[in-house]
Design a protein around this ligand. Sequence first.
Ligand code: SAM
Ligand code: SF4
Length: 331
Amino acid sequence: MVSDAWGRTVTDVRISVTKRCNFACIYCHDEGLGPVARPGAPHGEELTVAEVERLVSTGREFGIRSVKFTGGEPLVRADLEEMIGRAVRQVPDVSLTTNGSMLASRAEGLRDAGLKRVNVSLDSIDPKLFREIRHGALGPVLAGVREALRVGLTPVKLNMVVFRSTVDTIPQMIEHVAGEDGLHLQLIQFMPELVQHDRLAVDLAGVRRWLEEHASRVLVREMHHRRIYLFDGTEVELVDPVRNPEFCANCHRIRITHRGELKGCLNRNDDLIPTRGLNDEQLREAFRRVITLRVPYYGGYVTDLVAGAAAPAADVPRAGGAVTASDGPSS
Ligand code: SAM
Ligand code: SF4
């Protein structure tokens, strides 16, 4: 197992299969790769199914145990089902993050191809606010969520970005999802770095306080020590990576761009490693490099690795998926 200077190994990969998207969300970071392209834009540079299969297969040699497809909007790709089918032969745990607008007609086929779970981005259940944020229609997204639940792509995790326009509607969203079997809600902190401004950002302290006070139970996930708030049995999680060294210290993810470059951190593009045209041994070397050279972003761009200024692994909890403790308030 290869690890970086902080003792971090990699266990999952997020593959951006396109830069194209049919929405135009006002906060979109597009995996740090600049503005998304329109759905019909030229896309000859996108990864082929065979390239994805080869990358996943090589990633498995380095400890990759789960794959998440993302974009852009991955469902603009008509061959996504085939891609998933080939990926699951290498790594069975394959999931997808989608804006949900095209999910209803494809959920069953995606499941049949081997997809395990889906994250659907849903910032608001108010059609007007939804359109203001995402420049798309809410109805098809809700239909996509329903269909994903019906065909068993569960848990269906709803991603709600928490920023100026949505922060006051969190209680309404929780009311919407509470008690819904198979649904989880992830409240995702707006990440300002990649969109070059922070005017949309809000302080999450009030949100955390509200969750603590109103959840029926609070659990703590081993990974990142994230707290999980239960509302009528439905899990609500606050994902707050911004300026959070503990988040980075527990990061076990690498990324692959739609052009096949290996990327060590969402927030960095200055160290992309191209893989096209590499033979098998060169591709392994590229994986070795991207894993060993990773730096915890919110520890700063640390060059003196020995100083361990960015929360070395010995000082931080080890990652894991399990919910381990129940210690929160009840109300
Ligand atoms: N198009 C798909 C979607 O919207 O789910 C997948 C790609 S999108 C880049 C992946 C996730 O990142 C979505 O849940 C989206 O809401 C979230 N996201 C995009 N920009 C963000 C930002 N600046 N801060 C926090 N989350 C963001
Ligand atoms: Fe970005 Fe996803 Fe919104 Fe498209 S749907 S603009 S990729 S966040």
